[in-house]
Ligand binder design. Structure first.
Ligand SMILES: [Zn+2]
Length: 164
């Protein structure tokens, strides 16, 4: 799987792009980037969940990729967002759209890393369409490069912003 930093950063970078060039900063407050970044890692909560259940039951279980990597959750969060919007809560709606986006970004990343997860749970359990690029061999390097590029971008961007 892609490493945690990769999941968080890729979600933040994509959302930041939309924040800057599509929605604008006023309509897309900065805290939503944090929410989206965390949501970008959230599908992997099935890993510590497996550890917890194993610890408390004494039976070794592994839930990784079984449920939380499904588009079902993406659709669920979009639906909650739509309901919020219908109720007139625009802020709440946006929050759930961002969670859905972060969650969604996680899935193709895992796929590109050469993993098959239950992307369509509870409907289809196995459908192996992910390319076999085996990016996971370079997971640590990709993590490091992404982090450095992002840090440099933030530094340059913040300096540029100071002039306006
Ligand atoms: Zn994952």
């Amino acid at each position: 799987m892609a490493y945690a930093v990769t999941h968080v950063l890729v979600a933040i970078i994509i959302l930041d792009f939309f924040r800057h060039y599509v929605f604008g900063k006023k309509r897309f407050p900065r805290y939503l980037l944090v929410v989206g970044g965390i949501a970008g890692l959230a599908p992997d909560l099935d890993i510590p969940l497996g550890w917890l259940v194993s610890f408390f039951t004494g039976v070794e279980v592994n839930y990784h990729g079984l449920f939380t990597h499904s588009l079902f959750f993406v659709a669920l969060f979009v639906l909650i967002g739509l309901v919020r919007r219908y109720q007139g809560d625009k802020k709440g709606a946006l929050l759930f759209y961002v969670i859905a986006a972060g969650w969604f970004i996680h899935l193709p990343l895992d796929c590109f890393y050469g993993e098959t997860k239950n992307f369509f749970w509870p409907w289809v359990s196995t459908w192996n369409f992910c390319p076999h690029w085996d990016l996971w061999n370079y997971a640590a390097a990709i993590d490091a490069v992404l982090l450095v590029v992002w840090l440099v971008h933030e530094e340059v961007y913040n300096k540029v912003k100071d002039y306006f």
